[in-house]
Write a protein that binds this ligand. Structure first.
Ligand code: THU
Length: 148
């Protein structure tokens, strides 16, 4: 799938966002290493904190399908009922960045912050989460437990 197709898929998923509280709709399209694309949208809740972001919906769906390696994700966010306006509005939240850190190589995994298939910016996970804590950090904790 091309970058533009991945963005179109994120925009399609965005149409299913369940956002009766924030009225902020986000869609995501996550490309696994084998090329399979998983969609995600944000799903809110009357109790607020159970809300799931679009990016995590896509990741958890993919992991449930047996995927563990990923290439890139396109994200498109903006006011419900309107088209996205600024690429910054598609920036993944800190919790989603941490979930990406669990399954992705920060040097190569790409986050496409999209306004439209024509207007977007691409960042690596390392740019969005420098010095992130991930599975390899934990391996060091097991090898050198005395250093804690
Ligand atoms: N949201 C996402 O889906 N992804 C992000 O990374 C940022 C925030 C959602 C959560 C909530 O439903 C709404 O946007 C407003 O914060």
């Amino acid at each position: 799938m091309t970058e533009k197709e991945l963005i179109r898929t994120a925009l399609e998923a965005r149409k299913n966002a369940y956002t009766p509280y924030s009225h902020w709709a986000v869609g995501a399209a996550l490309e696994a290493a084998d090329g399979t694309v998983y969609r995600g949208c944000n799903i809110e809740n009357a109790s607020y904190t159970p809300t799931n972001c679009a990016e995590r919906t896509a990741f958890f769906t993919a992991v449930c399908d047996g995927q563990r390696k990923f290439r890139r994700i396109a994200v498109a966010g903006g006011k419900e009922g309107q088209d996205p306006v600024r690429f910054q509005d598609s920036a993944p939240c800190g919790v989603c960045r941490q979930v990406m850190m669990e399954f992705c190589d920060p040097e190569t995994f790409e986050i496409i912050m999209a306004v439209s298939p024509e207007e977007y910016k691409v960042f690596t996970l390392k740019e969005l989460l420098p010095v992130g804590f991930g599975p390899s950090s934990r391996e060091l904790l097991f090898i050198f437990p005395d250093t804690l």
